[in-house]
Design a binder for this molecule. Structure first.
Ligand code: SF4
Length: 304
């Protein structure tokens, strides 16, 4: 059985399209800061086409073209790129850019910002970089219980876009109890794609004995999907490649559910479905839990 929605979200699609468009517009190599998406198949395919993935702007020659991924970067890094004379294509997802703007606003209003998210994740690093002196990253309820702020009456909370709604809700409850005047953004920071994929996998988990979540081990939203499925009491495994499938134990499993993280291409899902069909599992699609129509224009300077 296959969940829907699944796979590429609007932010990832735009970032990948931006790289493809940049390859047509500029002579290779094009440089990409960090992985464009957390997915090996996508990164390998783009590397073959002339994209060089770097972890340090020092690796980009002066005058080169550098692309920032959907996860976003710190303002300091953006300035650094400008000072080096690089042509920047900023594919930061607009939903992530929204959180950056919220940090700037709350920091201007002299609030301490508690950012719920995974310390060290690119998105969290970029968001916190907007106001490092104002942001404290909190990963879970335990940390929320002891987080120390200079003025408990001036605290705001923001979130990584790919959190599980229920887990983030628990942390939020703790913060609300500790800081009764806690400020929150006007709309949730957890994006539509995260919410829809989590709801779809929750429903899928009720129908099957095993859920396979296709995606990379370092993909935050993919890991959340595994956690959500397991919370339903169903066995769930992350599947980064086809080799992992061959060593998987299907004893006692008559129905397999498949979904994919927001950075996993549909081509990988098709390969997995074909491999499962060989093992006798039927490719049945579940009804969509939501229709998705979000699209984003290419970032400047790639717009026509
Ligand atoms: S998961 Fe959400 S925030 Fe992240 S790139 Fe996709 S649409 Fe944007």
């Amino acid at each position: 059985m296959v969940a829907f929605p699944r796979g590429f979200c609007a932010g990832v699609r735009r970032a990948v399209d931006a790289v493809e468009a940049a390859l047509l517009r500029f002579p290779p190599p094009i440089y990409c800061y960090n992985e464009i998406v957390h997915n090996r198949q996508v990164v390998d395919r783009l590397t073959e086409k002339g994209v060089v993935f770097v972890l340090d702007l020092d690796e980009v020659p002066r005058g080169g073209v550098v692309l920032f991924s959907a996860h976003g970067v710190t303002p300091q890094l953006r300035d650094d790129a400008r000072q080096r004379g690089l042509t920047v294509i900023d594919a930061t997802c607009p939903f992530v850019a929204k959180v950056h703007a919220e940090v700037r606003q709350f920091a201007r209003d002299a609030h301490t910002i508690v950012l719920i998210g995974k310390r060290g994740h690119e998105e969290v690093v970029g968001v916190a970089g907007e106001a490092p002196d104002h942001v404290i990253v909190v990963q879970d309820s335990d940390e929320a219980r002891v987080v120390d702020v200079p003025d408990p009456s001036r605290v705001a909370v923001l979130m990584q876009t790919t959190l599980s709604q229920s887990e983030a809700g628990l942390v939020l409850d703790v913060l609300r109890e500790r800081f009764p005047t806690l400020k929150t953004p006007s709309t949730s920071d957890i994006c539509y794609a995260t919410t829809n994929r989590q709801e779809a996998v929750r429903q899928l988990a009720e129908e099957v004995e095993l859920v396979l979540v296709l995606g990379a081990r370092n993909s935050a939203n993919t890991n959340r999907l595994v956690e959500v499925a397991r919370k339903s009491g169903t066995r769930a495994e992350l599947l980064p490649d086809l080799e992992t499938l061959t060593s998987m134990d299907f004893d006692g499993v008559s129905r397999v559910g498949v979904t994919a993280g927001a950075s996993t291409p549909e081509s990988f899902l098709e390969e997995v479905m074909a491999a499962l069909a060989v093992q006798g599992f039927d490719p049945v699609s579940l009804s969509p839990v939501a229709e998705e129509s979000v699209t984003f224009a290419l970032p400047p300077p790639l717009r026509p």
